[in-house]
Ligand binder design. Structure first.
Ligand code: AMP
Length: 279
C-alpha cells in the first residue's frame, strides 16, 4: 500500500491505470468505510481511498477542528484490506491559493441537511469533483448512510457528465442498530443508549408505510413515536422523501421506493440515519 500526499505523485502512480475504484472518506475509519473498500476491491482492478477532512463542508459552528483524526489506525485498517493507494492531501494541496470555484447542485443542496448546514453540500460536491479529477475513477463508492449526499453526488455526476459510476453500499450498523459513524465516539454512555431512538423511529415509520399509511400520516406517526421515546434527544427532521430529489411525495405510487430520513441531536452530537422502503 502506498500513502501519497501530493496530486502530482498520485497522478504519476495512476498514469495508465484502468478500472480504478475510489472510496472518499474523512478518516476515523470504521466497518462502514471498510464495507465500501471491500465493494471496490470486488469490482475494480485498483482501489484508492482518500482521507481528507474537508474544511469547506463544515460551517464555522461545526466540529472541523475537533473532528476525530486517527491516521495511523486508519492506515493499518486499509493496509489490512489490501488497499492499493491512500491519498492524504493537506488542505493547501486540495485548495490552491485563491481557489474560489464551487459546485451548486440547486434545490437538492438546500433542503434537509442543506437547510441546517447551508454550505455543506457545495463543499461536498466541490471536493468530490476535485478528487474525481485527480483519481479519475471508473467507479466511486458511497454509503447509503448519507442518503442525501448520495443524491447530491449522483446529480452532480449526471449534470456534469462525469464518467464515474456511483455505487452505493448499504448502511453498516452496530449490533443494536445504531448506524456506524465517526461521530458516534462523541456520545456519552447515556447518549449512546438514547441514540437508538433514531433507528427505532425509522423502523416504526417503515412499518406504518408498509401497512398502507400515506406519507403525511406516516411522518406524523413517526414524529409522535419519537417524542414519546426521545428522552433528551431533539429531532431536526423526520421525513418520507423521494431518494433522488428529496421531495416529499403527496401519495405513494405502487411499489414506489422512498427514503425515511431522520436527524436528531443528542447533547452536542448530531446524528443522521435513514432507511429505504417500498411503499
Ligand atoms: P465520511 O468519512 O463520514 O465522509 O464517510 C465516508 C464514506 O463512508 C461516505 O460515503 C459515507 O456515506 C460512508 N459511510 C459512513 N458511515 C457508514 C456506514 N455506517 N455504513 C456504510 N457507509 C458509511
Amino acid at each position: 500500500m502506498i500513502v501519497i500526499k501530493t496530486i502530482s505523485e498520485i497522478r504519476k502512480q495512476l498514469a495508465g491505470a484502468r478500472n480504478i475504484g475510489f472510496v472518499p472518506t474523512m478518516g476515523a475509519l470504521h466497518e462502514g468505510h471498510l464495507s465500501l473498500v471491500r465493494l471496490s476491491k470486488e469490482r475494480c482492478a485498483k482501489t484508492v481511498v482518500s482521507i481528507f477532512v474537508n474544511p469547506t463542508q463544515f460551517s464555522e459552528s461545526e466540529d472541523f477542528s475537533k473532528y476525530p483524526r486517527t491516521l495511523s489506525d486508519d492506515l493499518a485498517m486499509l493496509e489490512n484490506e489490501g488497499v492499493d493507494i491512500v491519498f492524504t492531501p493537506d488542505a493547501s494541496e486540495m485548495y490552491p491559493e485563491g481557489a474560489a470555484t464551487s459546485i451548486d447542485v440547486g434545490e437538492l443542496g438546500r433542503i434537509f441537511e442543506g437547510e441546517i448546514r447551508p454550505t455543506h453540500f457545495a463543499g461536498v460536491a466541490t471536493v468530490v469533483s476535485a478528487l474525481f479529477n485527480i483519481v479519475q475513477p471508473a467507479a466511486a463508492f458511497f454509503g447509503q448512510k448519507d442518503l442525501q449526499q448520495v443524491a447530491v453526488i449522483k446529480k452532480m455526476v449526471r449534470d456534469l457528465h462525469i464518467p464515474t459510476e456511483i455505487v452505493v453500499g448499504e448502511t453498516i450498523r452496530e449490533a443494536d442498530g445504531l448506524a456506524m459513524s465517526s461521530r458516534n465516539r462523541y456520545l456519552t454512555e447515556s447518549e449512546r443508549e438514547e441514540s437508538l431512538v433514531l433507528f427505532r423511529t425509522l423502523k416504526m415509520t417503515r412499518d406504518e408505510i408498509e401497512s398502507g399509511m400515506n406519507p403525511q400520516d406516516a411522518m406524523l406517526a413517526g414524529k409522535k413515536f419519537f417524542s414519546e421515546i426521545a428522552g433528551k434527544a431533539l429531532i431536526d427532521y423526520l421525513a418520507v422523501v423521494d431518494p433522488e430529489t428529496f421531495q416529499i411525495p403527496n401519495s405513494f405510487k405502487p411499489m414506489q421506493s422512498v427514503g425515511i430520513v431522520i436527524a436528531a441531536k443528542l447533547g452536542a452530537t448530531r446524528l443522521i440515519d435513514n432507511i429505504l422502503v417500498t411503499a
